[in-house]
Design a protein around this ligand. Structure first.
Ligand code: SF4
Ligand code: FES
Length: 365
């Protein structure tokens, strides 16, 4: 089977993690378990430079995230810099820390889109998972302001064993709030979520039902609500094309300026990730050893190397391969062709229902 060369094409999207600070404490947070403190965060001026470099590199969309980006008092200034650089700006927020006045200010500086996370469909469920009383009520208020101002709204729902049985209600909530898009993302077990596998791992039956529920809703709500679905890949036949392929369509910049191919990349031993303070974004994207490590398919081992799906899923997720096999170049164990697949499925089924206690994310210094 022919090889796809490790050529860097311009990335489409950049995730700008402005801060790890967040009033919520979700037990599946995608931030690393070692959080960056406020003092190490890039300044607004540094972010402005990063956005200019990103636009020159070919990035089209800036996803402004965290932690909770509204925890930064200079969020408006940073968003303006991204918009001024010519990027499409999407604010990914829990809603806590936003007010009508701040949203108006964000509108005035050029914010294009809001993506609001929901942890559940009612206050009791959502506030328990978010670890923040009053969070759900604030989100509902923010969704109303977003609609009044006229931002397009995406709702982002991380689903797991405790809320998957309310997927229909989650879809109804998105319709009621006037969202145009709903992301139904089954929890991926990296970072904090790894500490909560026993409490959050869905059962196989829940995973299958979720797939059917989404399929039916997509037909029913055509033209009303678009639904993206990230299934729990530990019960699927093939893995997801994580990040659309390593170093392929997107990059993340962490609060202290590290440039990563994905949010969990720092979990991979042996790779050095460079910072925007040290080299240009273009040099890091095109030339760094870390970004080139898993580009193309020359790095693949069997069974990926000779598999007909290798340019569809790019061997799955490097971080999941690292976490389970200890080798980031291994076939993702979520693939049915991986020698680790049977063990992964067995461990998922063992975790499903094995615990209820949650380990909440703790706040950074
Ligand atoms: Fe994808 Fe590799 Fe599995 Fe083939 S063997 S389906 S390329 S993960
Ligand atoms: Fe890192 Fe999938 S989360 S490659």
């Amino acid at each position: 089977m022919s090889e796809t060369p490790a050529t860097a094409v311009p990335p489409m999207a950049m995730l700008a993690e402005l801060t790890h600070r967040c009033p919520l404490a979700c037990p599946y947070c995608s931030n690393p378990t070692e959080l960056t403190g406020r003092k190490a965060e890039l300044t607004a001026e540094q972010w402005a430079d990063v956005f200019r470099q990103a636009a020159e590199l070919g990035v089209l969309q800036a996803h402004i995230s965290g932690g909770e980006p509204a925890s930064r008092r200079d969020l408006e200034e940073i968003t303006k810099a991204a918009a001024d650089a010519g990027l499409y700006t999407n604010l990914i927020t829990s809603g806590v820390g936003l007010s009508r006045k701040r949203l108006d200010a964000l509108d005035a500086v050029g914010l294009d889109h809001v993506q609001l996370s929901v942890q559940g469909v009612d206050a009791a469920a959502a506030d328990e998972i978010g670890g923040y009383r009053g969070g759900f009520a604030r989100k509902m208020e923010v969704a109303g302001w977003v609609r009044e101002i006229g931002f397009p709204l995406t709702l982002n729902a991380v689903m797991h064993r405790r809320n998957l049985d309310r997927l229909e209600d989650t879809i109804d909530l998105a319709v009621r709030l006037g969202a145009r898009r709903l992301e139904v993302a089954c929890v991926q077990f990296h970072g904090w979520a790894t500490l909560n596998r026993g409490a959050l791992m869905p059962s196989r039956e829940q995973a299958l039902r979720a797939r059917d529920t989404v399929a039916a809703a997509r037909i029913r709500l055509q033209g009303v609500l678009a639904i993206d679905f990230v299934p729990p890949d530990y019960y699927a036949k093939f893995p997801k094309a994580c990040m659309g392929g390593w170093g392929s369509v997107g990059l993340n910049v962490t609060p202290d300026g590290q440039v990563l191919p994905c949010h969990a990349a720092a979990s991979i031993n042996g790779l050095t990730f460079e910072r925007v303070q040290e080299r240009s974004l273009k040099q890091i994207w095109e030339d760094s050893a870390a970004f080139n490590a898993f580009r193309g398919d020359g790095w693949m081992q069997e069974p990926c190397r000779s598999c007909e799906r290798k340019t569809l899923d790019w061997g799955g997720c490097r971080c999941q391969a690292m976490a389970i096999t200890g080798d980031p170049a291994a076939t993702d164990p979520a693939c049915s062709k991986s020698p680790y697949n049977a063990a992964l499925r067995a461990s998922a089924e063992a975790y499903a229902g094995s615990g209820t206690d949650l380990t909440y994310r703790v706040a950074p210094a």
